[in-house]
Structure formats: C-alpha cells, structure tokens
Design a binder for this molecule. Structure first.
Ligand SMILES: [Zn+2]
Length: 523
C-alpha cells in the first residue's frame, strides 16, 4: 500500500478516432507540469498517458477509411498522438494503449473477478445511445436538435442524434455503491475537485444510481468478455482500467502497490466516469479508490467548447510552430485558472508572450547576464555582506516566500496560482534592476561593492527562477541554467529549496529565451 508520498498522475487516454487539438494538449501540459514539479521535489513520481482504441466509434471511423481498427489506431498513435508529446515537451513515464496485451489480459482478469464475486449479471437494456460519447443517455441528457437534426433528440455534448438501442447485456451492480460513494465524497471532500464538479457529482449520485451495462454484442471491436466471447467489454469500462493495468494490476503487484492510488486529471465532461463509475468498479474489486479526480474546465474558442466536430479545433503545432513549446505551456497554464473554463485567443497569446515571457522574464535574464559579462568579464561576483541593503534582503525573502507559495499551490493543483506567485519574483527583480541602476554603479569604483552585490543578487534570483520555472518552461529554464553555469541540470535542482543557488562562477552567453515574433493577423 502506498504511503501517500508518491505522485502517480494520469491524463485521460485519448480516442484515436481523430487527431489532437489544443484541448488535449492542455490536459497533457497540466499533468506534465504537476509531474515535473513533483519529480523535481524528489517525490516518487509516475506520469501516465495513452490512447483509447476500442469501441464502435473507432470501428466506424476505421471502416470509413477502409482499414482495420487496429491499423487505424496504429497509424493515429504513430503519426498524431506520440508526436503530440514531443511537440509540447511531455515527460510521461509510460504510454498505454488499450490494445496492449498487458491491458487486454488484465481487463479480463478484473472482469472475471467481479463476475466471480457476484457483481455482474445478465439483463436487457433499452436506451438512447450516443456513439460520440459511447454511452447510453438519460432523457435529461438530450436536447432538441436544430438545423438538419430538427425534430430529433440529440446529445447535448455532440449535438448529433442518438440511437435507440436494445441489447441483452451484462450489467455491473453499480447501484449497490451509491451509499459508499456518497460516504466517500463526504469523508474526503478533496476526492473530486474543483468544488463545482464535486457538487455536480454529489447531486448526481444523490439521485441514486442505476446498474451499468458493461458489454456489447452489436459489434466486436473490443476486449472479449472472458466467460462469454460473444460480448465485448463496454469501452468506458475497458478504458478506465488503463490506470490500473498500466500500473501493474494483475501482473506486477509490487509495482501496483507502489504507484496506486492515482491522481486523475480529466476534463469536467468526463468527471462522472472517473468519480462515479471508476471508484465503484474499484470498490467492487476490493481496491483503493483514486487519490483524487480533478475535472478541469473547457477551452473556449469564440465562446464555444473546443472540439474538432465543431470546427474550432486548433492543432497544437499551429501555436508551437510560431511561439515554441515553452510559450504554449506557459500560456495555457498561466492565462486560464486551472479548474475553470478559459478562452483562448491569438491576441491574448501574442500579448502575454511579448509582455510576460519576452519582456518580463527573457529580457531580465539577458540584461543581467550582459551586465555580468560587461562589468566583471563574465565572472559572477560575490555579494559583499557589508554592502547588503534592505533591497537585497527583500529579494531573498521573496525567493523563499514564492517557492513555498508555489509549492503549496501545486499541491492544490492550482497551477495558474503557482506561476503567478513565481512571477512576483520576476517582477520584483525587474523593479530591483531599474531602481539599483547597476549601469550607474559601474561608473564609480567607490560603488564596486554595491555593484557586485546587486549583480550577485540578480544572478541568484535568476537561478531561483530557472529552478522554479523548469516544470513550466523546461527549454528556457535549461538554457538559462547553462548560461548561469549552474551545477548539474536544472531538473535535478530540488524545487522546494529553489532559492539555494547552486551556481558556478562564470556566466555564459545567452541567446534570447523568447525572441521577438512578428505576429501576422491570425484568424
Ligand atoms: Zn454525445
């Protein structure tokens, strides 16, 4: 059993029916920043992502493209989903595909155990099914269609008609777990966050749970039900188990015990699967429920939720090709309060790039290194204790304060807040340089001690920033660390004591961390 110090973080596994858009990349970056932070803090960390490859929707897409579903999945994983991770600098420790043998075999094992324990029975189900969601819908989840779907009931999420299906299926006795789930939400208020998502989940389960249909007979692209191979496992039941099978469930119990339970980062629209069905499945199997399910908000483009089907999909490379992966990561983590919906706009991205990254942080680094080069021939001067003033003491206090505050924010998954706290040091250092005017101090040898102390303080401050910002802007932080002749790599520096400068004695030339970009008017 895990002692709680390990940090096992997951993204949802993404459907391979289509290529990634910035909404997927947003989730990946959030999980990655958390993983990098914990890794750099020395916490045992494991970061899982992957792809969801079964189900009717993928079968239909593959068939429409004239290939087998496995060939379709292989192509999308190789050409779109794995490359996404490079595009935005994701540091995942594992990548699971639901067509992996380690997954398929152990989904069957899990299901057999539930069957043997009496949690699965045969029943008949009739209901409205949304292929987009891969789930049966309650009438309350449907809305009246418009345009070409006028007069039909459509899925509220996909705006497409649902199908009335009747199937003889296997059912999971989920209704038996409503009481235990409500108890879980009550005794562990952090289990589902943020609060808005928690409230919705509690109110949903309070109305009572129905049993869950967990097999399908109408198509065969999925994991076979072990005791009845004419059925395949419902794709969500299959997909949720990736978090356990990737962690060793069924074949490496030592690893599973070490990693489990996980922190799941998901979009709020799939929080219900993760905070209701998934813990009920785990309870039935006698396993620990997740540490936390965090349902982040939607990315809005022009006021609408980002999705390919609504034609507002923006590919991550459209942003990284111009601004770079660091700017992509910084922008989405900084501009949007994690947990709430947030709007993306090219104007806001370009403005923040220029003001915060290029002028705020990048320019600070260039100026300080240029002054050390000019006034000390590149040798980082030592501070002279007798020349230390209130201004330097304030910078040092800020370094400690923001380090602790950012770490506390990360522990609450408030990534935007962590960055805002760190930026207080960027702003204070910029103000410090402006006020101390090292270029004036350099003109009079009588100020030599002050000049050395000011530039030493600025270099230390930059070192603190490199360590603290490494999880967010890993490329820029690594370049800055090298330019400051920091010891080892920046990722090795313990983040909870970022203010303990581990520097060398000479600065190296630094190329612009965030070069000026001429932004054309983009849609
Ligand atoms: Zn739907």
């Amino acid at each position: 059993m895990s002692d709680g110090s390990s940090f096992y973080v997951t993204t949802p596994i993404f459907y391979v029916n289509d290529v990634p858009h910035i909404g997927h990349a947003y989730t990946e970056v959030a999980a990655d920043v958390l993983a990098r932070w914990h890794r750099q803090a020395g916490d045992p960390t494991w970061f899982l992502t992957g792809t969801d490859e079964h189900g009717q929707k993928i079968l239909r897409t593959a068939t429409a493209n004239g290939v087998s579903p496995k060939a379709w999945a292989d192509k999308l994983v190789a050409e779109a989903w794995q490359p996404l991770l490079n595009t935005i600098d994701i540091s995942n420790d594992d990548f699971i595909r639901t067509t992996d043998a380690r997954h398929e075999v152990n989904v069957q094992l899990f299901l057999q155990r539930l069957y043997d324990a009496g949690y699965i029975y045969t029943g008949e189900y009739e209901g409205y099914y949304c292929v987009g969601c891969e789930e049966y819908k309650q009438l309350s989840d449907l809305v009246d269609g418009t345009g070409q779907y006028e007069g039909q009931l459509v899925c509220a999420i996909h705006s497409k008609p649902v199908e009335l299906l009747k199937e003889r299926n296997y059912f999971f006795k989920m209704s038996e777990f409503a009481g235990r789930l409500l108890e879980l939400y009550k005794t562990r208020p952090d289990f589902v966050q943020p609060e808005s998502v928690r409230n919705e989940i509690v109110s949903f389960v309070s109305r009572g749970l129905t049993d869950l249909s967990i097999s399908r007979q109408t198509f065969d692209w999925g994991i076979k039900v072990p005791w009845d191979e004419s059925h395949v496992v419902y794709v969500w039941f299959d997909a949720l188990l990736n978090y356990a099978t990737a962690a060793g469930y069924g074949y490496d119990e030592e690893k599973f015990a070490r990693l489990w339970p996980a922190t799941h980062i998901v979009g709020k629209d799939i929080a219900r699967f993760h905070a209701v069905i998934w813990p009920a499945m785990l309870m039935a199997a006698g396993l620990e429920v997740p540490k936390q399910v965090y349902g982040h908000g939607w990315l809005l483009v022009g006021g609408e939720k980002m999705s390919k089907s609504k034609l507002t999909g923006i590919a991550p490379e459209q942003i990284t090709d111009t601004f770079g992966s660091d700017a992509f990561r910084y922008y989405f983590m900084r501009a949007i309060n994690f947990g709430q919906d947030g709007s993306f706009s090219w104007e806001d991205l370009a403005a923040r790039y220029q003001a915060e990254l290029a002028n705020g942080f990048g320019n600070l680094a260039s100026r300080v290194i240029a002054m050390v080069t000019r006034y000390f021939e590149g040798a980082i001067p030592a501070a002279v204790e007798t020349a230390v003033t209130e201004a330097e003491r304030s910078i040092r206090a800020t370094e400690r304060r923001v380090t602790a505050a950012a770490d506390a924010a990360v522990s609450r998954l408030a990534i935007h807040e962590a960055i805002a706290r760190i930026w207080e040091l960027v702003d204070e250092l910029n103000g410090y340089i402006t006020e101390q005017e090292p270029w004036k101090l350099s003109k009079d040898p009588a100020n030599a001690d002050r000049l050395a102390t000011v530039l030493n303080t600025a270099v230390r401050g930059l070192g603190t920033l490199a360590v603290l910002l490494s999880p967010v802007v890993p490329e820029a932080a690594a370049k800055l660390w090298v330019a400051l002749a920091g010891v080892g790599t920046v990722q090795e520096q313990p983040i909870r004591s970022a203010y303990e400068w581990q520097g060398g004695d000479r600065v190296e030339p630094l190329e612009a961390l965030f070069p000026r970009i001429e932004v054309e008017a983009t849609a």
